[in-house]
Design a protein around this ligand. Structure first.
Ligand code: AMP
Length: 208
């Protein structure tokens, strides 16, 4: 299966990806994770993209498309299929993607800007990929899955999130209609419900 997760930053894509990967043997391809890994390792790619990610701006399409094209050409993605999380984010990325992958389904996680701005300062992450909200985490800052120390993303602050939301609404939102027009998009209500409830809807939709 070849799936895209669309949704604003902090809409729960990572949390839902985690659940999906437990049920389906597919490869998680998160462009944000790839960029962050390169930044923390200080690679040439990391040095190049840092100025964009830290300011809530999109990394140029040419660079991002080549990175994803290369990743999807690897044997694991070719044999198992994949979940694209954070890509495509522009119409030009979506058009480019069509030239090297045939997507089966697009899951659009719908969460209002107000809810996202409320969520962002309470989001904690672990290096293992787990994501937590302070609402359920309480005082603990330890990962329940691997025991690792939790951290907050450098770009998870209200000012940068405002910019990321603007960028999402301008550059990425048009993709909702692009994929709806192809008949492969499903809208999922990602607000005011537990992650498990949201995941049940996603699983149901993907069965169809
Ligand atoms: P994310 O973890 O998906 O929120 O991505 C973090 C940051 O990485 C974004 O704010 C962008 O700066 C960059 N990024 C991730 N995916 C893309 C993409 N498809 N196109 C351009 N920039 C991206």
């Amino acid at each position: 299966m070849k799936i895209i997760f669309l949704g604003a930053p902090c809409s729960g894509k990572g949390t839902q990806a985690d659940r999906l990967l437990k049920d389906f043997d597919i490869v998680h391809v998160s462009t944000g994770d790839i960029f962050r890994a390169n930044i923390s390792q200080g690679t040439p790619l990391g040095l190049e993209v840092r100025k964009y990610t830290e300011n809530g701006l999109l990394v140029p399409d040419s660079l991002t498309v080549e990175l994803v094209k290369d990743r999807l050409s690897k044997p694991d993605c070719q044999s198992k299929g994949f979940l694209l999380d954070g890509f495509p984010r522009t119409l030009s990325q979506a058009v480019a993607l069509e030239s090297f992958a045939k997507i089966d389904a697009v899951v659009n996680l719908c969460v209002s800007d107000e809810a996202i701005l409320k969520r962002v300062s309470g989001r904690w992450m672990c290096k293992c990929g787990a994501t937590y909200s302070v609402d359920t985490l309480g005082e603990s800052r330890t990962c329940e899955r691997c025991g690792g120390a939790l951290y907050q993303r450098a770009d998870d602050n209200p000012a940068t999130m405002q910019k990321r939301l603007e960028v999402y609404n301008t550059s990425t939102l048009p993709l909702v209609e692009f994929y709806r027009g192809k008949g492969i998009l499903v809208d999922i209500n990602g607000e005011n419900r537990t992650p498990d409830e949201i995941y049940l809807d996603i699983k149901e939709a993907l069965k169809k």
